[in-house]
Design a protein. Sequence first.
Length: 421
Amino acid sequence: MRMIRYMMVMLIAIAASAVAERPAISPQEATLLEEASGIAATNEIAALELIESARGRGRAAAPVDYSAANLLAALGRYEEAEQAYRIALDKAPNFAQAQIGLARVLALLGRWAEAEALLRSRVAKEDVPVEHLLLYGNVLLEMNRTVSAETIFRRAALLDGDSRGALAGLARCFLAQQRWTESAALAEELVTRYPDEASYWRLLADTQLAQGNRQAAVIALEGAWRMGAADASVLLLLGELHVAADRADEAARVLNAATEKVAERPEDWLRLAESLVWAGLLEQVEDLLRRYAAEVDERPTRYFRTQARLAEQRDDAEAVREAYANWVRHDPVNREALLALGDWHAEREEWHRAETWYERSAQAHANDAAPWSRLARSALAREAYAQAESHLTRAHVLGGEESVERLLQQVRRLRALQDQD
């Protein structure tokens, strides 16, 4: 997601450049596009409607489809933008700007291999624009081809020595290659030259975190906030770092600010909800989770974990059980949820129900010692010492923890006493 954010900042625009490369259009279409360009400055939807009226007549030139695709991309309607770019290319196969536009939306849709294939031949040309190199470098970086991406970003930097995109791309390449000193140096140069750009502060923090220097990352993110450059991503990460360090007051201060920054990104809603639960700030969590669930069809483990922790923080036992049960219905073999349901029943001395969940966990995770240890404790509570010894022996073989070995010795003594009776 972070790479896509970098790309959206760099790539989504209503392109008005490289007119010479465009196929010919009629005077009427030129007037239409000029009018649409003026409208788009304040109202992209109205501009799109104007262009679509021309496309609807069925004989629009390729640049009209291309302009519609740019507007669709700017509005985040990437699948529709892809279709419009392809229509433009059907009409004019050598329309370079449409090829680049198509590559952009393919990248934003996460279809990296298709984007790379489209861009490869274009970046081989000596007169390739810097923005095309930057797009190709980002695609390669997302495909984990960091050495190739570094080469492309260096080429972009040579073409335009002041290209912040090239420097940021190189910094991310160095970060991926664990070249910490080079990555940090470039990130520091970027925040010095462009202190109002949140993504560069985040890049500096990521470089510090990769080296295990959390305090330096906090300082960088706090610096972004003081400079007025902290976006939702910066504040969420800063809040998470404060939560992890048990700085509750600082976490509350940052997360409250993050609440005002998160926009229409469900991923941000979930991240904020997670951090708020950890910080014990529960007031907005339920609403954030509800909004997230309404927008996202496939809910990740983090969503169910946050639901369960919210219920635990509220000390609502039945809600805790229901949250973990929902989790298991979504993911029937999830280790954490199965063990938690077993623990819920064990806390109420409902041993047989607890063992049902522990056994399911043991079946799903055959090499995990945890369910066998829990089965042993349940058997021990029922004074079924032979069964407890069997389970602990299995757990000891799988895990070998010292605490399991000590408990196994105790159970063997208890069993010996029981046999004597």
